[in-house]
Design a protein around this ligand. Structure first.
Ligand code: NAD
Length: 279
């Protein structure tokens, strides 16, 4: 029997942290042991047993804000669904300790992305705005569709719907799918992205990818990529019905990452979805 993978959870008291705890801590996803659970000192769950917080029997791990102590517990890998501002300090601490890092936090600014990249020179880092298999398969399909439709007059628009608590817009996943469309069309995403429309906007130019973010209720995440031309539309959609799909993907990445050379990996690497994939 192989030893369980020792997990450090960062953002442990959040919606994703608790979903991962429910799956890994109960053995529903086997092969893991949670060795530390870190969150912000302002979390109302600070000091509580992370198992109990997730609706399980106690796991004997209190939610703490002490990342250094959590690292000293010797985890095999860290899974981080927290806040963008946390990324630079986490990057530094994990890289100094040589701990592989699965990070699913979205809404990172350029400096925070640079911190990830710098860490990836020293440790394996898997960053994904969406860890579900479905969205990563959709990425491949959207890129393929845009490549086939390139130069044929198909407009591309991306809509996303999320729960009312989500802090960033558009979602990291919508931007990820926009990247797939832009790559397929061979367009520059930054130059073609438009975020919402209002007022007298004029006619839509062809080289544009529109992003539209809806917020409400408890929607875990819906995304649709629309290709529209005269006489027909094509819609490629993904609907998450539970956060478990993201949690399962993150755990899959946590099992895959330890032992890899330092680099910035994607979920498509983990799932072997890249054309000519290497894993
Ligand atoms: P959440 O607000 O429920 O949880 C975030 C947690 O991080 C909170 O408990 C918060 O207290 C904690 N936190 C804040 N600053 C921290 C710090 N410095 N150190 C440690 N913990 C800190 O949010 P959520 O729904 O769990 O999502 C978390 C992040 O993951 C968001 O960026 C979200 O967009 C992203 N997300 C990604 C995926 C994916 O598949 N990659 C899926 C869902 C959510």
């Amino acid at each position: 029997m192989t030893a369980p993978i020792q997990l450090l959870l960062i953002g442990a008291a959040g919606r994703m942290g608790l979903a991962i705890t429910r799956l890994a801590g109960s053995g529903l996803v086997p092969g893991f042991r949670i060795t530390a659970a870190v969150d912000s000192p302002s979390s109302p769950l600070m000091g509580k047993d992370v198992g109990v917080a997730a609706g399980l029997p106690p796991l004997g791990i209190a939610i703490s804000s002490d990342l250094a102590a959590a690292i000293a517990a010797g985890p095999d890998v860290a899974i981080d669904f927290s806040a963008p501002a946390a990324a630079p300090a986490t990057a530094e601490a994990l890289a100094n300790a040589g701990i592989p890092w699965v990070i699913g936090t979205t809404g990172l600014n350029d400096a925070e992305k640079a911190a990830l990249q710098a860490a990836a020179d020293r440790i394996p880092v898997m960053f994904a705005a969406n860890t579900s298999l479905g969205i990563n398969l959709l990425y491949v399909l959207v890129e393929q569709a845009a490549r086939a439709l390139r130069g044929r007059g198909y407009d591309c628009e991306i809509t996303e719907r999320h729960h009312r608590h989500k802090k960033d817009a558009p979602s990291g996943t919508a931007l990820y799918l926009g990247r797939a469309a832009a790559d397929g069309y061979q367009w520059n995403l930054a130059q073609t992205a438009v975020h919402g429309r209002s007022g007298i906007t004029g006619e839509r130019p062809e080289q544009q990818i529109g992003f539209h973010a809806l917020r409400g209720g408890d929607i875990p995440g819906d995304h649709t990529v629309l290709f529209a031309t005269d006489g027909e539309t094509i819609e490629l959609s993904h609907r998450a019905t539970s956060r478990d799909t993201f949690a399962i993907g993150a755990l899959r990445a946590a099992a895959w990452l330890p032992g890899r050379p330092p680099a910035l990996y994607s979920m498509r690497d983990v799932l072997n979805l890249n054309p000519g994939g290497t894993s």
